[in-house]
Structures are given as C-alpha cells and as structure tokens.
Design a protein around this ligand. Structure first.
Ligand SMILES: *[C@@H]1O[C@H](CO)[C@@H](O)[C@H](O)[C@H]1NC(C)=O
Ligand SMILES: *[C@@H]1O[C@H](CO)[C@@H](O)[C@H](O)[C@H]1NC(C)=O
Ligand SMILES: *[C@@H]1O[C@H](CO)[C@@H](O)[C@H](O)[C@H]1NC(C)=O
Length: 180
C-alpha cells in the first residue's frame, strides 16, 4: 500500500511540475509587445544613386508609375531622420507593381531590413495597395523576423519632401506593430 501511494505522490508532483512549466511558457509566449517608430525612405528615381528602377512593363508603353503593369525594383536607404545625411538604420527592399488600370495605385511588397543596433538583422514585411494621389497611404505590416516574429500591424506613408528636378523624394513612414 505504502509504495503505491509514494509512486502516486511522485507522479502527482511530476505532473504539477509539468503544468507549472507549461503555464510559465504560455505566459511568457503571451507577452505581446507594441512598437511604434517613425522612419524615412530616401527614394531616388534618377541619377547615379537611383534606388527605384523600372524592371519591366507592357511592351510599347512607358514604364512609369502611372502605367499599369510596370514593375519597379526598390532598394532605398531608410534613415532615422528626414535629412538624407541622418543615420541610416535600415533598407527598404522589394517591388512595386502599378496595379490600378488607371495608374492611380501600385501594389507594394517590401521588406524593411534593419541594420541599426536596436533591431539588427530583424525585418518587417510591408504589403498592400499604395494609392499614389492620397496624402496618407496606409499599408499592412503582415509579418516580420528576428525581434519582429509574428508581427502584425500597419504603416502609414506620406511624402515629407519632394524635389521633382532632382528626382528625389523622402517618404515618412510611421509603423505601429504588435509582436512577441
Ligand atoms: C503607438 O501608436 C498608437 C497609435 O498609432 C497608439 O495608440 C499607441 O498607444 C502607441 N503605443 C506605444 C507603445 O507608444
Ligand atoms: C551618390 O552617393 C555617393 C556615395 O554616398 C555620394 O558621394 C554622391 O554625392 C551621391 N550623388 C548624388 C548625386 O546624390
Ligand atoms: C507620423 O508621426 C509623426 C511623429 O513622429 C507625426 O508628426 C505625423 O503626423 C505622423 N503621421 C501620420 C500619418 O500619422
């Protein structure tokens, strides 16, 4: 009788330990964080440091943002501040495709690849419809890696500076993202 009771109590404490470990890891995993940030895309459409290049489009049509079906490759520096000379913290790498027949919107799929100390090697994935003539464009944050695993959220894009002659634009991007 006694040995059985002893085994039972060891089994019970083992089960309790398992339960405690399980609950602890659950509560750890459930710690949802929210991060807000404001960053600036430095976009150049011409010249020696071009960051946004048409890759392909409908034959016989101009390959511009306003021309349906045009695909652009992007690799823009992303800075902490508005000035081009301010600290570079990431790069915005991906594609835009003019997705509205009337040329009013592009479909965007870009990775924000962080290179600063705080988020080094982490990425955020931005995706959605980018209406070119809307002052504040809102796109989805659909995922992330590194410190942004399981990320979900949204990002607003607004043109903060535009020099048509220099083919240079600075886009302010505010990101609100939940992640673990
Ligand atoms: C982040 O910004 C949102 C609005 O976009 C705000 O509601 C929220 O309180 C902010 N969170 C933090 C942690 O600052
Ligand atoms: C292009 O980038 C190089 C290296 O950062 C810089 O020295 C040069 O001034 C830039 N040229 C233009 C036209 O922005
Ligand atoms: C983005 O954030 C800045 C402050 O960092 C604010 O001035 C600006 O109004 C915000 N833009 C949008 C569209 O929320």
């Amino acid at each position: 009788m006694a040995p059985t009771a002893m085994i039972k109590s060891t089994e019970l404490s083992f089960l309790l330990l398992l339960l405690a470990v399980f609950l602890f890891s659950q509560s750890e995993g459930a710690e949802l964080k929210e991060t807000n940030m404001t960053i600036y895309f430095q976009d150049r459409f011409a010249g020696p440091n071009t960051t946004t290049v048409p890759i392909t489009g409908i034959p016989g049509h101009l390959w511009t943002f306003g021309s349906f079906g045009t695909v652009f490759g992007i690799d823009s520096p992303i800075t902490q501040g508005l000035e081009g000379s301010s600290e570079q913290i990431a790069r915005g790498q991906g594609v835009h495709v003019t997705s509205a027949l009337d040329g009013s919107a592009t479909y965007v799929s870009i990775s924000i690849v962080f290179m600063n100390e705080e988020f080094s090697s982490s990425t955020l994935e931005i995706q959605g419809a980018n209406y070119l003539y809307v002052n504040v464009r809102e796109l989805a944050v659909v995922g992330g890696t590194g410190q942004f695993r399981y990320a979900r959220g949204f990002a607003t894009f607004e043109t903060a500076f535009l020099d048509m002659k220099a083919a240079y634009a600075v886009i302010r991007c505010n990101i609100t993202v939940e992640h673990y």
